[in-house]
Design a protein. Structure first.
Length: 92
């Protein structure tokens, strides 16, 4: 039986997997030494998902990270896809 803590850990792993494998604006997926690169964004994304934030709110957070924090050339369509994947992690 899943405890609340197990669900939280599972959700954090799912978010991190999406960030590394699918989002990956810094192209670090194939570098094992950098697999923790996006962990600082996990708490906010976890909160967005637990609070059932909108896909738009998740998108805006990711977009801000890409453009203002990382200063990479972001792709709006790709970022919307990632926001959709993260939104789908919300429990119904």
């Amino acid at each position: 039986m899943f405890t609340e803590e197990n669900r939280h850990v599972s959700l954090l792993h799912a978010i991190n997997k999406i960030l590394i494998k699918d989002w990956d604006p810094l192209c670090i997926y194939r570098n094992p030494a950098l697999q923790d690169e996006y962990e600082e964004y996990l708490p906010n994304l976890f909160r967005f998902i637990c609070e059932k934030s909108s896909e738009t709110e998740i998108f805006e957070y990711l977009w801000w990270i890409e453009n203002k924090v990382m200063e990479v050339k972001a792709n709006r369509t790709h970022t919307m896809k990632i926001a959709h994947l993260l939104k789908n992690l919300q429990e119904t």
